[in-house]
Ligand binder design. Structure first.
Ligand code: OOG
Ligand code: NI
Length: 448
């Protein structure tokens, strides 16, 4: 049998193909890519240390590829099918995000690579939300939406066949993989022809603009892609300078010496022409472009402190963007700003390496002693996941949402996993595993 193409390579082809499709569909996204590239080049020119470091890790070659995208699904069966589709590309459901707390009738996961090697090859992830019709007050409309969704098939017949082949043979050949990427792309394509009448669209919109976006089309169009920037504050400023419709504030933690978790901003969704089944032409707003900058992964304890500090500042969001960011910076002074404190206080996840130049390790040396002598070195782990409050901020700036939170505290991970057809992987467990394994490996080297 023909040799298999590694899942990591299929994911790379897929993210390239998605990027190309989206740049053609949303020309402003091409402008965003250009802007991010310029900013990244400037940062590298002014910071040769960083350039060297990125060259050493090989990241420099992947700097400008997309880091994530997002889709919204309508039914349990769709989520189940999408799980199988992403598995072909080595992307697995990590984390559960309850967005009902922010007044959004969805819950989500991120399909992403889980091993360090795979993340290094290509970290592309898809933030995937599932509609929760059970949260809608208007039960008649919920039933109508369910009937509409029951009629669509979001994965092509050929893609389904190829998923089955991949599951049976544990992978795809190169030519099968090429065909798979082409077929998979169809699922995420934009359709300017809605599958509903303009009247139904208006009803759905009234229930929630997210419901209209999910139910009115043939499939879960990709609603944004997100490249990585080396300086999100500068990129945000450039977006405003170029009169891009930028989000007012950067989501997540403030600018800090030691970056933590994830910071994101976006240009707001465009108003696009749509035709409805009754022949009426109107518009729909859903698709945008985003940028991200990632920092250290935090332990549950670190995450708790982050959530607490963010919550303290949340009342200030109505201040001007500059004021809000100053308040945020001040509040986050309470969060340790160096590696050692982060480690000693158990706030961050780390990765250990043996330093082969120092051979003074004695078999009985404690971990602290090995760190002290420089035989054992540690660095932070990058946060590879998402933040529900930030995600809600991104949703809100891109949908015309006027409703206050109506569905407070309605997490239902169990139902989500039932729809998915598997458990979601715990992101915390993944970081912990990397930390523990790297420590075991480093100690084995030092004590051999
Ligand atoms: C997803 C928004 C969440 C992020 O980066 O936090 C997200 C959506 O709008 O569908 O992508
Ligand atoms: Ni995003």
């Amino acid at each position: 049998m023909a040799s298999k193409l590694p899942a990591d390579d299929i994911r790379s082809h897929f993210s390239d193909a998605m990027s190309e499709m989206y740049r053609l569909e949303v020309p402003l996204y091409q402008e965003l890519i250009t802007l991010v590239r310029e900013v990244n080049n400037e940062v590298l020119t002014s910071n040769p240390e960083l350039r060297k470091q990125l060259q050493k890790t090989g990241e420099i070659n992947r700097l400008n590829i997309e880091r994530h995208g997002a889709i919204r699904l309508g039914t349990a069966a769709e989520l189940n099918g999408i799980r199988r589709l992403f598995a072909v590309m080595g992307m697995y459901p990590v984390g559960y995000y309850d967005l009902s707390i922010a007044g959004l009738p969805v819950h989500s996961t991120a399909f992403r690579p889980i091993s360090k090697t795979s993340l290094n090859k290509n970290p592309f992830r898809i933030f995937t939300s599932l509609l929760r019709l059970e949260l809608l007050e208007d039960r008649k409309l919920a039933q109508k939406a369910e009937n509409i969704l029951a009629k669509r098939q979001i994965i092509t017949d050929r893609a389904l066949e190829l998923i089955q082949i991949a599951e049976k043979n544990d992978g795809l050949s190169k030519s099968q993989a090429n065909e798979f990427v082409k077929e998979a792309l169809e699922t995420f394509r934009w359709h300017s022809e809605a599958t509903v009448s303009s009247e139904t669209y208006q009803q759905l919109l009234k229930a929630h603009s997210l419901v209209a976006d999910i139910v009115s089309f043939r499939g879960p169009h990709i609603n944004h892609l997100t490249p990585r920037t080396l300086n999100i504050d500068l990129a945000q400023k450039r977006m405003l300078d170029k009169n891009m419709p930028a989000k007012e504030i950067i989501e997540g933690p403030p600018k800090r010496e030691l970056p933590i978790l994830l910071r994101q901003t976006a240009f707001k969704a465009l108003t696009e022409n749509v035709s409805f089944t009754d022949g009426i032409n109107s518009t729909h707003t859903a698709r945008f472009g985003e940028i991200e900058q990632r920092g250290s992964a935090l332990t549950p304890k670190g995450r708790e402190l982050y959530d607490e500090l963010l919550d303290t500042s949340s009342g200030e969001k109505q201040q001007s963007p500059d004021q809000y960011s100053r308040i945020l910076e001040k509040t986050f002074k309470a969060f340790p700003n160096n590696h050692q404190r982060l480690k000693d206080e158990g706030l961050g996840f780390f990765e250990y390496h043996a330093n082969p130049e120092i051979t003074s390790a004695e078999p009985g040396n404690s971990i602290e002693a090995l760190i002290e002598t420089g035989a054992l070195v540690y660095s932070t782990q990058t946060y590879e996941d998402f933040l529900p409050v930030s995600a809600a901020g991104i949703f809100h700036s891109n949908l015309d949402i006027n409703a206050e939170s109506k569905y407070a505290n309605k997490a239902n991970k169990e139902n989500f996993e039932k729809a998915l057809g598997s458990k979601v992987i715990s992101e915390m467990a993944l970081y912990k595993e990397v930390e523990e394994q790297s420590l075991r490996d480093a100690l084995a080297v030092l004590k051999s």
